[in-house]
Design a binder for this molecule. Structure first.
Ligand SMILES: Nc1ncnc2c1ncn2[C@@H]1O[C@H](COP(=O)(O)OP(=O)(O)OP(=O)(O)O)[C@@H](O)[C@H]1O
Ligand SMILES: [Mg+2]
Length: 329
């Protein structure tokens, strides 16, 4: 990848010694939207937090490199990292109302984000904030600046969060379930906004979601995570058409489709993600996988190129998509 924006190499996070993020590697191009998907507890948020060096106290970075435009974030001193956060890369979380300070006007919060990385005065900060609110589609921006978060709807608060995240023009935006707390119409508007801002600004977006509808809507490529590891990476259309990992196939088979009349009960994935303490040897999905053979529990399948631009970590990758048609029949 020559125009690489982000390159994550062998990232590891442990909690109480358990490898909750284990050898995660992926890369992103400038202007690309990469979706990180997987069931609850598979390590998506910890991966994102590790990139930004915002891990909770219980978690430890266990190694790896995070190259953003060639700079290794994992090796930066804390002060340099604080400078980069908000400026070169920023993050938005699921709950906009929980991330905004309820006692401060939204204008002050957007201006503070601008002033953290810019030298201008109050008037200039206010102008930048108002322009940013305009850019994220908040009507009446001048008036909104002086309002408090409780005076705004959830969708408007998420737009404010996006404004804060983008005001210093980051080259990478990490969005952890940014629309999960919003209703479907607002969700579509926010995704549309993110897509537009990315196209206009050439930033990359790493979007974390468990919603395959969101993936289909916004992502260029998808990385599928299972029990702390990436098990498949593919362009979005290829992934939906023919998954190369059984876990991906089963995730897709469990999504309701409007264009297919269900002939049977919607497929569900039997069992649950093993607890990190219980990760055994071999493929961590083997215990739930209909294609598993003896080799799967004996040997960990590496994340290999299985087709141009496609990676999968499965000994039976070529047969994975049969699970998709099997589920629809
Ligand atoms: N602060 C913490 N203290 C202890 N364990 C944690 C903490 N944060 C995460 N974990 C554990 O680490 C693992 C990965 O968690 P993570 O939050 O990254 O999952 P996720 O994929 O983002 O899930 P979700 O879709 O529910 O947000 C889980 O087993 C989780 O219970
Ligand atoms: Mg999460």
């Amino acid at each position: 990848m020559t125009d690489a924006l982000l390159r994550v190499e062998d990232l590891g996070v442990t909690i109480g010694g358990a490898p909750v993020v284990d050898g995660v590697s992926f890369a992103m191009r400038k202007g690309e939207v990469l979706a990180l998907v997987g069931e609850s507890g598979c390590g998506k948020s910890l991966t994102a937090l590790a990139l930004l060096r915002l891990l909770p106290p219980a978690a430890r970075l266990a190694g790896g490199r995070v190259l953003l435009d060639g700079t290794d974030l994992a090796a930066l001193p804390d002060r340099a990292m604080r400078r980069l956060r908000g400026q070169a890369l920023s993050i938005i979380f699921q709950e906009p109302t929980a991330s905004l300070d309820p006692l401060t006007t939204v204008g002050s919060q957007v201006m503070e984000a601008w002033r953290a990385h810019n030298a201008g005065g109050a008037a200039q900060a206010r102008r930048a904030a108002r322009d940013m609110l305009d850019a994220v589609g908040i009507p009446d921006a001048e008036k909104r600046l002086d309002q408090y978060p409780f005076e705004l709807s959830g969708g408007m608060c998420q737009r404010i969060m996006i404004a804060i995240a983008l005001i210093c023009g980051p080259s990478l935006l990490v969005a952890d379930e940014p629309t999960t707390a919003l209703d479907v119409t607002i969700q579509a508007q926010i995704l549309d906004l993110m897509r537009r801002l990315v196209a206009e600004r050439g930033a990359g977006v790493l979007i974390i979601t468990h919603d395959m509808g969101v993936v289909a809507d916004i992502a260029d490529r998808v990385a599928v995570m299972y029990a702390g590891r990436i098990v498949e990476v593919a362009p979005v259309t290829d992934l939906f058409a023919a998954p190369r990992h059984p876990y991906t196939a089963m995730l897709l088979a469990s999504v309701p489709r409007l264009d297919v009349v269900p002939k049977a009960v919607l497929a569900t994935i039997e069992g649950s993600v093993p607890a990190p303490e219980a990760f055994g040897s071999g493929c961590r999905f083997a215990g739930r996988c209909p294609l598993a053979v003896a080799r799967c529990t004996a040997e960990t399948p590496p994340l290999n190129e299985v087709a141009p631009g496609r990676l999968a970590a499965c000994w039976r990758s070529a047969e994975a998509s049969t699970l998709l048609s099997g589920a629809a029949a």
